[in-house]
Write a protein that binds this ligand. Structure first.
Ligand code: SAH
Length: 373
């Protein structure tokens, strides 16, 4: 490499977005592509990658592991659910757990993951830990995909102020050939394939140097059989759980019930409001009255995206009450999707919403409407 050319670059190489963000975005893209449900981040440090991943809707279980509890605790509160998560529980379930421990040790809490990420971790491992790492991650955890990123030492000459290593805690930094030979051997031992890529492009004309951060994406070649998972001897956990958050989810019956009750009342009130407006429009003229019954439904079926309306599902007014059949309410997509079956709808609202004596319709009083007018 031309020395002058090299020196010129050491002054100007600056990644935009910053390299750590590019690494995290790489993982996020991978998650969006392969849609893993359970993801573990080893050497999660201040949990910034985990925080980014909690917004990926395919993920139901997120776990972090680090040998330094203090660094995890710094910002772990950001992994807690927010008030909005309680106001509008998500359809997916999500549990986030942080463990204190070493990747050199096996713990059963790390079993069953689909994706394991090790971003800028291996270069922090002591020789003895690095030796145990493949057996723990590929042999024991054996997820479908493992992502390992590590500095590419060949790029260091282009970085300003890097003398030996990029960080004082790095125990080594590998060239592309060193990383690739370690990764290929590890993949071969544990029946994985590996693809090499990276983030942080080298400057034009210096492509040989490779990416600033080199990345290996490992794919398990054969599916894990239930047998091999279960054949593990029951073993004691060695990690210490330092954080656990279970997000409110509609998969939890108590949140589902609240959501269904709110949606049923909201839907019934809109139907009542429309019905009352029609009644005002057509007055009590018996000939025109029918217009605010069956056909009157069409105008709001659009705005709520109502499913097929059958004649016998029509709401009606009797005395001071508006009767909205549950079958009508069930035909609204949001209620339908939340409950799944009509029986479930009935079960969830039983005793929580005022129903007609035969239990077939939601009853709303028209009194308040008149008082307001
Ligand atoms: N993954 C983070 C940063 C990694 S820095 C990111 O993407 O930004 C490396 C982290 O690995 C540090 O937080 C360090 O405490 C942790 N670490 C070092 N040795 C470890 C070990 N044996 N087991 C688990 N974590 C370890």
């Amino acid at each position: 490499m031309d020395k002058n050319f090299q020196e010129e670059f050491t002054q100007i190489i600056k990644f935009e977005p910053p390299l750590y963000k590019q690494r995290h975005q790489f993982v996020k893209d991978l998650v969006e592509k392969y849609k893993p449900k359970k993801v573990a981040d080893l050497g999660c440090a201040d949990c910034s990658l985990l925080w980014m991943l909690k917004f990926c809707s395919c993920i139901e279980v997120l776990a972090g592991l680090d040998i330094c509890a203090d660094v995890m605790k710094e910002k772990m509160h950001r992994l807690s659910p927010l008030p909005v998560d309680y106001l509008q529980p998500s359809e997916r379930s999500l549990t986030v757990t942080l463990h204190h421990g070493s990747v050199a040790h096996k713990d059963p809490c790390m079993l069953g993951f689909d994706l394991v990420t090790c971003i800028e971790l291996i270069e922090h491992l002591e020789e003895s830990e690095l030796k145990k790492f493949p057996e723990v991650v590929f042999g024991f955890m054996a997820p479908s995909i493992v992502v390992i990123s590590t500095p590419n030492s060949e790029f260091n000459s282009l970085l300003p102020r890097v003398m030996l290593y990029r960080h004082p805690d790095h125990k080594f930094e590998w060239s592309q050939a060193q990383f690739q030979s370690w990764a290929l051997e590890t993949a071969r031992c544990y029946d994985y394939s590996v693809e090499f890529t990276g983030v942080g492009h080298p400057p034009t004309g210096m492509e040989k140097v490779g990416f600033c951060t080199q990345i290996g994406v490992f794919f398990r070649k054969y599916p894990q059989t239930g047998e091999s998972v279960q054949s593990e001897e029951p073993m004691e956990g060695v990690y210490k759980t330092v954080f656990k958050a279970v997000y409110p989810s509609l998969k939890d019956e108590k949140y589902l019930q609240n959501a269904v009750i709110s949606e049923v009342i909201f839907t019934a009130q809109i139907i009542k409001y429309r019905l009352m407006s029609k009644r005002e429009e057509y007055g009590d003229d018996p000939e025109r009255k029918s217009k605010f019954q069956p056909s009157g439904m069409d105008c709001f079926s659009d705005c709520l995206g109502k499913l097929v309306v059958e004649k016998n599902m029509e709401p009606f007014i009797s005395g001071n009450e508006v009767y909205i059949p549950l079958t009508t309410i069930f035909s609204f997509p949001k209620v339908n999707r939340l409950c799944g079956t009509f029986e479930k709808l009935c079960k969830l609202i039983a005793g929580k919403v005022t129903l007609s004596s035969d239990g077939s319709a939601v009853m709303l009083s028209i009194e308040h409407e008149n008082e307001e007018n």
